[in-house]
Design a binder for this molecule. Structure first.
Ligand SMILES: Nc1ncnc2c1ncn2[C@@H]1O[C@H](COP(=O)(O)OP(=O)(O)OP(=O)(O)O)[C@@H](O)[C@H]1O
Length: 263
């Protein structure tokens, strides 16, 4: 379980907090989506979860340990247990697929034979067994993200943090990468926290969600509980009713006309 307790972040130079008193709980095994507009604080929040960004105040409990108090060595181990998937993949272009996936295993000091066995396992998991020797420039966006996911899983993390993992992909590729993440969650029991501005991502795979606005938490929890509340902001965003469709039909000038007749 990951628990954020009254987390705040003010960047150097002051100004409005990027995160303002945010508290939420991510249950073990959840696929937890963090939604919000540009500038809402999503990236800041996910970067706090592996301490790429230090919160100004508040606590982050992972398995009951406040990670903001870890020393250098403990933090390195924490990062091995927390895989990160990036929007623009962050692959090393001079390394082939297998050697990209090897990076966390090298950092963890794994011997060569262990690395090779793990890489073969991961390539099979992400469906790229035939691409071990390919270089990133020879891969499609979806394949690059599969390599990014394999690398993030290499050191057997129990949490996967996904930073807009599908935002650079077309809708068909997005669907296949989301299906892979769901499969990983089910097969390996890895907790997934993802930030996104795409409602479709939340609809496709999340069981929990949080909505951020100007650094503040508007709503959070299990979708099964939020979506039955009539005034839930997440419900209004995820289930807009037919208002959006009506607005679209009004804009193209077919509002009120019979769209198709059934014989
Ligand atoms: N390194 C930084 N230094 C100063 N301010 C920052 C820094 N990073 C983010 N901010 C500010 O913090 C606020 C939250 O930014 P953040 O990137 O977390 O939002 P976001 O929801 O991820 O936005 P986007 O979807 O556009 O990436 C914004 O006002 C942003 O300008």
């Amino acid at each position: 379980m990951i628990t954020l307790e009254r987390l705040s972040k003010v960047y150097a130079g002051g100004g409005q907090p990027a995160l303002d008193d945010v508290s939420l709980t991510v249950p073990d095994g959840a696929i937890y989506g963090i939604l919000g507009r540009s500038g809402a604080g999503k990236s800041t929040l996910i970067r706090c979860l592996n301490l790429l960004e230090r919160p100004t105040s508040g606590r982050i409990l992972m398995h009951d340990v406040d990670i903001t108090t870890l020393n250098h060595r403990e933090l390195r181990l924490h990062r091995q247990r927390t895989g990160m998937v990036f929007q623009h993949f962050n692959l090393i272009h001079a390394r082939n697929v297998a050697d990209n996936i090897a990076v966390p295993l090298e950092i963890a000091g794994q011997p060569r034979d262990v690395r090779q066995a793990r890489i073969a396992e991961l390539l099979e998991l992400v469906g790229l067994s035939d691409k071990a020797q390919a270089f990133p420039s020879q891969l499609s966006g979806g394949q690059k993200q599969r390599v990014g996911i394999a690398r993030a899983l290499a050191a057997h993390p129990d949490v996967l943090l996904c930073d807009e993992a599908t935002s650079a992909l077309d809708s068909e590729t997005t669907a296949s990468v989301l299906a892979l993440l769901m499969d990983i969650n089910r097969k390996l029991g890895v907790t997934i926290v993802l930030i996104t501005h795409q409602l479709e991502v939340v609809k496709a795979i999340c069981d929990h969600a949080a909505l951020l606005e100007n650094g503040r938490l508007v709503e959070s929890g299990a979708l099964s509980e939020l979506l039955v509340k009539p005034y839930s902001r997440l419900r209004q965003a995820l289930l807009p009713g037919n208002e959006a469709e009506k607005a679209f039909l009004r804009r193209i000038g077919v509002s009120g006309r019979v769209l198709c007749e059934v014989a």
